[in-house]
Design a protein around this ligand. Structure first.
Ligand SMILES: Nc1ncnc2c1ncn2[C@@H]1O[C@H](COP(=O)(O)OP(=O)(O)OP(=O)(O)O)[C@@H](O)[C@H]1O
Length: 721
């Protein structure tokens, strides 16, 4: 068959698949419309609930069907023989069946699709051919074949790329400013990461551009497909380095049909706060150290005081007294509990003692009911409240941490450095967030919230009971009563698992993915681990790129205390051409000699090195960013140089870095992103690891502008160029 016939053959098949998609979509739309039509006001509560749940399910299904329009089918595998007797499976973004319930399209995540990604010439997994279909809209524009012929395997084939032509075509495309999915071209080593089981902690170590982020996101989609029952209710959390990064990746999962995943950065993990400020390195190191957990406990204990002598409270003509020993005993009893729970016990003990003293002074009989009444009255006295607040105040995490850092004596009591001192109204930093979380654990809930929670639990139990009844009456016992109650409680699909999870600090996720994980401090790990007691996690990062002074130098250092983890490595760089990666490898060798640089799959332009002076920098920079380019440019510099360079690029600063044709970023903010062209300004002022991150953001062209002498590692590289 010649290529045109192949394309025609596949076009026929792809047209059938789109036709099927249209049919399924139409049927779902009709079913949804029918549910809405039934939705006239009135009817029993039970009927309304049934309608709502069915409509929600259809709406979800419809959104999913709409999401897979682009690139519905992208692959075909042939098993057995390449003639009529062989079997061909088509691989796509979702699974489809015909009216006879036969599979006509295999979901990329289904076990049957696995050979499409995992087969190599030396281990073809029963395949005789793998075919990538290139489509534009609904039209097949090309096919790329790999024929597996065991007789002709060479050594080089053992490391072969899956669908090399399709892969290279995907990599050559200009970047859009948003990460896209790669379902059609997932590589074998990435496939291993994606399909690794749900249980336990998987660490994925890989150099820049090896597809750690993209593989982690496809893994989320795979896990949700394969373990939907286990994950749908608890949800999946993806933690990234900052909000720009979250926006950079936010389209990947919806394009794979998954919308119910929480994307967050460490600065956003405490509900109600979105911290972006960063501390100076020496402060970040202190706040990130695990010793901070004990210091926070000391800071809380410091807010649980007793007077040096007896406690005396003047109430009109009376002076009520609580003996010192009673105060000490009350504190001892209460301090075994979280602070805000302890406050209640402490208060009760003091009120008891005060009521007894009052009765004694008034010669009143020692009657338990009278005493209880007296206690209640005493609690209404402002002097009593003020005394308790002075000794054992009700605290929120914000108040505890803000007052700790604003008071030298409190810092000293917690055995913390005075370097942490700052104004009471200082903005919250990213490194404060794990401390607020720690504080929330130590403080426990405020009594009022606890009462609210109990009420909510009662209401919840009633809802589940009601849901069970509805499902039994309507003969839908296969639907999970708790999920049904959730849905009903939330009045439809709007309040999804994700939106409930985001708002609840104590939410426990079914799986947590941490990206750029090398940047997390020990305290940040402590916070993340609270959200996933099962330790079902995927941790992706690169120890060669650690920028935070409180970040990881080894995975064991951060993780061994929590879990026994397994590791996969990604070794191929899909982002930067070999010429750029060679320069990066020299830098890596200097800063992290134990880390292996990834192998690039493409060739391109060698990097350009230009020496500038303060006088020539504006013109040189303007020349680089003004030249009409067919892609997106990032200018990357240090935090110290940012303002100076920003003055030269006012437009770049005004626009969103992900949408602007020219973006200006500090190294920290460029983490995880990529651009067609990168201009590095002031490499001589960057730490080695920063330099490594900056130069590995480029997909096509790298220009390095240096004023002083080039860093030694780059000097070697220029000689080779
Ligand atoms: N199998 C693939 N097919 C097509 N493109 C791919 C594939 N794997 C990775 N890429 C592309 O390579 C680029 C780098 O991927 P990604 O950002 O996931 O790498 P990373 O390892 O997270 O990098 P970094 O450590 O620098 O953040 C992205 O544009 C991604 O889409």
């Amino acid at each position: 068959m010649n290529p045109r016939q192949d394309i025609q053959l596949e076009q026929d098949r792809v047209s059938v698949l789109y036709h099927r998609l249209d049919t399924v979509r139409e049927r779902t739309e009709q079913a949804l419309a029918a549910e809405h039509a039934r939705g006239e006001p009135g009817g029993t509560r039970q009927a309304r609930v049934e309608r709502e749940i069915a409509a929600g399910e259809y709406a979800r299904r419809l959104a999913h069907l709409n999401a897979v329009e682009r690139g519905l089918c992208f692959g075909r595998i042939d098993l057995g023989r390449l003639d009529e007797s062989g079997e061909a499976l088509y691989i796509g973004r979702i699974g489809l069946r015909n009216d006879d319930h036969e599979t006509v399209l295999v979901d990329w995540r289904a076990p049957a699709a696995r050979p499409f990604y995992a087969a190599t010439p030396s281990a073809p997994a029963g395949l005789v051919r793998r075919r990538h279909l290139r489509t534009k809209g609904r039209t097949v524009v090309g096919v790329d074949d790999e024929i597996f012929d065991l007789a002709k395997i060479s050594d080089g084939d053992r490391n072969a790329l899956v669908g090399e032509a399709a892969l290279l075509a995907a990599l050559e495309r200009g970047r859009t400013g948003r990460m896209g999915d790669v379902v059609a071209t997932i590589q074998t080593e990435q496939d291993r990461v994606i399909r690794s089981g749900l249980h336990g902690t998987l660490v994925v170590q890989g150099g820049p551009g090896t597809g750690k982020t993209v593989a982690a996101l496809h893994r989320a989609a795979y896990l949700l497909y394969t373990y939907r029952d286990a994950l749908e209710r608890r949800g999946v959390l993806v933690v990234g380095p900052n909000a720009i990064f979250s926006r950079y990746i936010e389209q990947v999962l919806p394009a794979l049909g998954e919308t119910d995943v929480v994307l967050s950065s460490v600065g956003e993990l405490f509900p109600g706060l979105a911290a972006t400020h960063v501390d100076p390195p020496e402060i970040a190191v202190i706040k990130g150290d695990l010793a901070m957990a004990e210091a926070m406990a000391r800071a809380v204990a410091d807010r649980q005081r007793v007077p040096k002598k007896d406690l005396e409270i003047e109430l009109g003509a009376l002076t009520l007294v609580v003996p010192h020993a009673v105060c000490v005993q009350a504190r001892k009893r209460a301090s075994r509990h979280p602070h805000n729970v302890g406050r209640k016990l402490f208060t009760l003990d003091l009120l008891r003692a005060l009521a007894r003293d009052e009765a004694r002074q008034l010669d009143a009989p020692d009657d338990p009911e009278d005493l209880e009444y007296a206690r209640k009255l005493l609690w209404q006295e402002p002097q009593v409240k003020a005394a308790v607040d002075g000794l054992w105040p009700a605290l929120t995490p914000y108040r505890l941490v803000a007052e700790l850092f604003a008071d030298g004596e409190r810092l000293a009591a917690a055995k913390l450095s005075q370097a942490l001192l700052r104004p009471l109204d200082a903005p919250w930093t990213v490194d404060d967030v794990p401390l607020l979380d720690e504080a929330a654990e130590l403080l426990g809930e405020e009594p009022r919230t606890q009462a609210e929670r109990r009420a909510a639990e009662r209401a919840r139990a009633e809802e589940e009971l009601y849901a069970r009844e509805v499902l039994t009456i309507t003969g839908q016992e296969d639907i999970d009563a708790a999920a049904f109650a959730d849905w009903h409680h939330d009045q439809g699909p709007d309040r999804s698992t994700a939106s409930r999870a985001v708002a609840d600090r104590a939410w426990i996720y079914g799986h947590v993915i941490v990206d750029e994980a090398q940047e997390l401090s020990a305290m940040a790990w402590r916070m993340v681990m609270r959200r996933v007691p099962t330790r079902s996690m995927t941790i992706v990062g690169d120890l060669g790129q650690t920028g935070s002074p409180a970040g990881a130098r080894s995975w064991g250092e951060m993780l061994d205390g929590y879990v026994r983890w397994r590791e996969e490595r990604l070794t191929v760089n899909y982002r930067s051409p070999k010429e750029i990666m060679d320069v990066a490898a020299a830098v890596l060798h200097e800063v992290a000699p134990d880390q292996e640089p990834p192998r690039s799959v493409r060739h391109g332009e060698p990097p350009h090195f230009i020496q500038v002076t303060p006088q020539t920098l504006p013109n040189v920079l303007a020349g680089l960013v003004d030249t009409p380019a067919d892609g997106r440019i990032a200018v990357i510099t240090t935090a110290e140089r940012y303002a100076e360079v920003a003055a030269l690029l006012p437009k770049a600063v005004r626009l969103d870095p992900l949408d602007s044709p020219v973006a200006l970023l500090t190294v920290t903010r460029s983490k995880g992103l990529e651009f067609d062209e990168v201009v590095v300004v002031a490499p001589e002022e960057m730490a080695g690891r920063e330099l490594y991150v900056a130069i590995t953001r480029a997909t096509r062209r790298l220009t390095v502008l240096h004023q002083g002498e080039l860093p030694a590692t780059l000097r070697g590289a220029t000689r080779g160029v």
